[in-house]
Design a protein around this ligand. Structure first.
Ligand SMILES: CC(C)(COP(=O)(O)OP(=O)(O)OC[C@H]1O[C@@H](n2cnc3c(N)ncnc32)[C@H](O)[C@@H]1OP(=O)(O)O)[C@@H](O)C(=O)NCCC(=O)NCCS
Length: 224
């Protein structure tokens, strides 16, 4: 995930659950009815987030969830988390040049057809065939799903609104490892003209699909 995000973003990944990772008492409240697997991924991904906070020079802190499942970050921080079988990751940055970001990890396996029908717009079905022809061996359907999940995780903190799978059209650059998501709804507020397209990066490695979306803040603050 590190290579899919700008250097100002602290990224921490785990490929198995971390022995000794702990939860704050405030965090355990949302896990009252959670199964063991959910407790493990929740704890490990928050361990990743606290490592990323440390990289940003910040002390460990509880990471609670908002009413729609969104992570609630310490003041001045934004970020995103993901977990799937064999992978947990957190990506955090200080507020400034980036307005929002989303990350997603998925197993590199075909998406069940019934899920694909819910995720892909008609034009995306055609693109899937083109991408498969250009770069066979990649589960483009699962990649499409992951890209849209990253879009949603970046979108929600800016808008606090639902964004359906039908509300964005994703186009991958199969060789470049990038993608665009053209929004079919008004874009999020980022300080300037709302973007109509969100941009992301993708990678397939070690049996995993990884995607990221970064929404720049506008105007971009001056760099020293
Ligand atoms: C919320 C959602 C994106 C999570 O994705 P997922 O693949 O199921 O699960 P992941 O493990 O990758 O991510 C889970 C993490 O996402 C984060 N998350 C959950 N809801 C979120 C939201 N509304 N906004 C931002 N991040 C959110 C949380 O950190 C969560 O982990 P946690 O519960 O341990 O804190 C997904 O369940 C969902 O609701 N998708 C439908 C909306 C969508 O994708 N639209 C497509 C628009 S083009």
């Amino acid at each position: 995930m590190r290579s899919l995000l700008p250097p100002s973003v602290a990224v921490f990944e785990a490929y198995e659950d971390t022995p000794g990772a702990f939860m704050y008492p405030a965090e355990t409240g949302s896990l009252a009815r959670a199964v063991h697997k959910r407790r493990l991924e929740y704890t490990t991904v928050r361990h990743c987030a606290r490592q990323a906070l440390a990289e940003l020079g910040l002390p460990p802190a509880p990471i609670l969830s908002g009413a729609r499942g969104e992570p609630l970050w310490p003041d001045g921080i934004l970020g995103s988390m993901t977990h799937c079988d064999g992978y947990r990751a957190a990506a955090l940055t200080r507020k400034g040049a980036i307005a929002s970001l989303g990350i997603d990890g998925e197993p590199h396996e075909p998406l069940p057809q019934v899920v694909l029908e819910a995720v892909a717009r008609p034009e995306e079905h055609q693109y899937l065939a083109e991408w498969s022809h250009e770069r066979p061996g990649i589960c483009w359907d699962r990649l499409l799903f992951s890209a849209k999940e990253s879009v949603y995780k970046a979108w929600f903190p800016l808008t606090r609104q639902w964004l359906g799978f039908e509300d964005a059209v994703v186009r991958f650059a199969p060789q470049a490892g990038t993608f665009t998501a053209a929004l079919h709804v008004p874009g999020p507020e980022t300080g300037g003209a709302p973007p109509t397209v969100l941009c992301g990066r993708w990678q397939v490695r070690d049996g995993l699909i990884l995607t990221s979306v970064v929404v720049p803040a506008w105007p971009v603050p001056d760099r020293p």
